[in-house]
Design a protein around this ligand. Sequence first.
Ligand code: DC
Length: 237
Amino acid sequence: MFVTVETAARTAPASVIVAIDGPAGTGKSSTSKAVAAKLGFGYLDTGAQYRAITWWMLANDIDVSDPQAIAVVVDKPVIESGTNPSAPTITVDGTDVSGPIRTQSVTSAVSAVSAVPEVRARITGLQRAIAAAAAPGIVVEGRDIGTTVLPDADLKIFLTASAEVRAARRSGELKGKEASDLVTTQAALAKRDAADSSRKTSPLAKADDAVEVDTTELTLDQVIECVVTLVEEKRNA
Ligand code: DC
């Protein structure tokens, strides 16, 4: 049989794209990784990409309070994300930065760096290329995936949780790594959310067609189950 490129494109099963957005401490990463693993999909942590470019700026003594200084060098670092949900990776110029991008210095600077339009344009391009190459599907987690990066995603989820629960979860994650009490963590999260939600270019926001899931009273397993069910419903629709 003669299969043209057009028929092949029509008959190939389309890749499924799931966008999971929301503020820090809502269980986005744990949920996204587990959902991707269950469905045999790839997983992309877009926060890690913003952290990676921020790490590079700090390592190269770029003034992170100066958007112009950031914009000039934005194309220099080579940032690569590995999308296996069981072992996601992030490298800058070939170096594994999965540890350094979680330090307090990067966490404190990442909102400012990620608010620079040139940074968003660069990282958004990387994200779209990864999503376009994904098969049979990918779960992409972030802040602006459903609104800006992948507005045609097959399913959009927006995770929320109360400020207290988010701070408690984040404190638990940080335990043993960095000194942090609940009040300090809650204040730091509130500051980062405010910066991420109020920036001009693609702020943290729920897409109109996103399904909002309040995780305050739910266990991680319940959230995972809920998202997997939503994906399966979409696939069977
Ligand atoms: O998910 P995270 O906390 O690791 O993200 C770190 C920061 O990166 C977050 O404070 C804002 C930024 N970010 C963003 O601006 N857009 C995204 N899609 C993901 C993260």
